[in-house]
Design a protein around this ligand. Structure first.
Ligand SMILES: N[C@@H](CCC(=O)N[C@@H](CS)C(=O)NCC(=O)O)C(=O)O
Length: 225
C-alpha cells in the first residue's frame, strides 16, 4: 500500500457546482472514500481558503495527504492514473481524444453558460450580488442554442458520446443539466430531440442518478432553512 492510498482524501467545493460534481462522480465510480469539505467561492472567507490552494480561486480542489491539485480535468486525469479500477477514459487513441474534446467542450462552453443561467437565477441574490439577467437572457437566447445544436448533432441516437460506453465525456456533459433544470429550464424536445432524450437517459445512469439525488436533497435543505 502506498502512502497516497492511505492518505485522507478531501474534495473541496460545493456539490452545487457541476465541476465539483464531475469529480465527485468519478470518485464514486472508482469507489474512492473521500470527505467533501464545503467551500463556496462566493463567500469571502471561503474564497481566501480556496486562493491559498488554487491561484485561480476556483473549486474543485482535491487533496490527498500533502498532494494538492486544482481543476476538474487535471483531478480526473490524476484519479484515472492513480486508481485504474473503473476506467473513465476510453482506451484507443481516437476514442480517448474524442473523450478529451467533449470534456473540454462541456467545461468551457456548456457548464459556464448553464452556470450563468443557474447562478444568476438561483444564487446571486443569496450572496448579495445583483443578478445579471441580461447575461442569463444572452446565454438562453444566443449561446446555449448553438451548444445544444452541436451536442444534439453529435449524440444522434446513441446512448453515450464515445464508443458505446459511459466515459468522462458523458459525465462532463451530463452534470450541468441538473443546474439547468433547477433554474427552471429543460432542453426543448422539439428543437433538440436527440439531446433531450440523451439527458433523460443519462440522468438515470446509477452514478449520475445518485449524484443528482444528493444535489436535490442539498438544494431542498438549503432552501427550507
Ligand atoms: N476549469 C475549472 C473551472 C472551475 C470553476 O469554474 N469553478 C467554479 C465553481 S462552479 C468556481 O469556482 N467559480 C468561482 C470563480 O470563478 O470565482 C475546472 O474544471 O475545475
Amino acid at each position: 500500500m502506498t502512502s497516497s492510498t492511505i492518505a485522507s482524501k478531501i474534495l473541496y467545493g460545493s456539490i452545487v457546482s457541476p465541476y465539483v460534481r464531475k469529480v465527485a462522480i468519478i470518485l464514486d465510480l472508482k469507489k474512492i472514500d473521500y470527505t467533501l469539505e464545503v467551500l463556496i467561492p462566493f463567500i469571502e472567507k471561503d474564497k481566501k481558503k480556496i486562493l491559498d490552494m488554487n491561484p485561480l480561486g476556483k473549486v474543485p480542489v482535491y487533496q490527498e495527504g500533502s498532494f494538492m491539485l486544482s481543476d476538474s480535468s487535471a483531478i480526473c486525469g490524476y484519479l484515472e492514473r492513480q486508481y485504474p479500477g473503473s476506467l473513465i477514459y476510453p482506451t484507443t487513441a481516437e476514442h480517448y481524444a474524442k473523450c478529451l474534446w467533449y470534456e473540454e467542450y462541456a467545461d468551457s462552453q456548456l457548464m459556464p453558460n448553464i452556470l450563468t443561467v443557474a447562478f444568476n437565477t438561483l444564487f446571486a441574490a443569496k450572496f448579495n450580488l445583483i443578478p445579471d439577467m441580461d447575461a442569463v437572457q444572452s446565454a438562453l437566447d444566443n449561446k446555449l442554442p448553438q451548444i445544444f445544436t452541436y451536442l444534439d448533432k453529435e449524440i444522434e441516437n446513441k446512448k453515450y458520446f464515445v464508443n458505446d460506453q459511459l466515459s468522462l465525456a458523458d459525465i462532463s456533459i451530463a452534470v450541468s443539466f441538473l443546474n439547468f433544470e433547477m433554474a427552471g429550464h429543460l432542453v426543448d424536445t422539439q428543437q433538440w430531440n436527440n439531446l433531450s432524450r440523451y439527458v433523460d437517459e443519462i440522468s438515470n445512469e446509477p452514478v449520475i442518478a445518485k449524484s443528482n439525488m444528493l444535489m436535490r436533497e442539498r438544494f431542498k435543505a438549503a432552501s427550507t432553512k
